[in-house]
Ligand binder design. Sequence first.
Ligand code: A5P
Length: 229
Amino acid sequence: MSNDHEKELAARASLEFVRDGDVVGLGTGSTAAYAVRFLGERVRAGLKIRGIPTSVQTQNLAESLGIPLITLEEVQQIDVTIDGADEFDPELRLIKGAGGALLREKVVASATRNEIIIADSSKQVSVLGKSPLPVEVIQFAQALVSKKISALGATVRLKKDSVGDVYVTDEGNHILECNFGRIPDPIALARILGDMPGVVEHGLFINLASLVLMGKAGEVVEVRRRTNP
Ligand code: A5P
C-alpha cells in the first residue's frame, strides 16, 4: 500500500468531521492537500464552510478550488482543523513543520476545538524524533539559537528550499532542522525551546491533536490519546 494511497484514505475519512456551517482550519502538506481537494468537491456540491488556511500554499490551493476563506481577524474560534504531521506518538504528541508551515499551523491548532491529524502509517512512532524537529527562528538570532540547540545534543541544519536557497517562511523567518534522535521528554524539550529568545515557534505539538486518522493497509485507523491531558 503506497503512502499516497494511505494519505488519500485518511484525508477522505476526515471529511466526516466537517459539518455544514463550520469554520475549518486547512492544513499544509501533501496529506492535507488531499483533504483540501476533497473539501473543494464538497463545497462545489453545496457544503457551506469557511476555511482558514495555514500557509500561502494552502491558501492558493483553496482559492483555486473555490473554498471561501476568512482570516483570524474575522473569527477566533475554529470548529475543526484538518492537518498532517511528520510524526505522532501514543499520546498524540506531534512533530510538524517539514513543509515549513509550523508557525501558522500551531496558531490555527491552538484556536481549534477539534484538531484532526491525517497521516499515512509511516508517521506513527513510539517515541518522537525519527525526523528532524523544525524550529522557526528570527533571522537575527539564527546563529545564536543554532549554537544553543546544538549544545542540547542536536545536529542542526538550516532548511533550504527545493532549489537550494535558504527557506523563508510565510512570516519571513528561517527554519532550523534539528535532529535530536529520540526525544524521550517532548514536554521538557518544548519548554526549553519555547524559552529561547529568538525562537518564534517549534514543531512539537503537545495536547493539540484530538484524533489521528491513519491510513494503513487499505483502511483508516482512528488513533486516540492513550491518556487524558
Ligand atoms: C507542514 O508544515 C507540515 O506540518 C505537514 O503537515 C507535515 O510535514 C506532513 O506533511 P505531509 O502530509 O506532506 O507528509
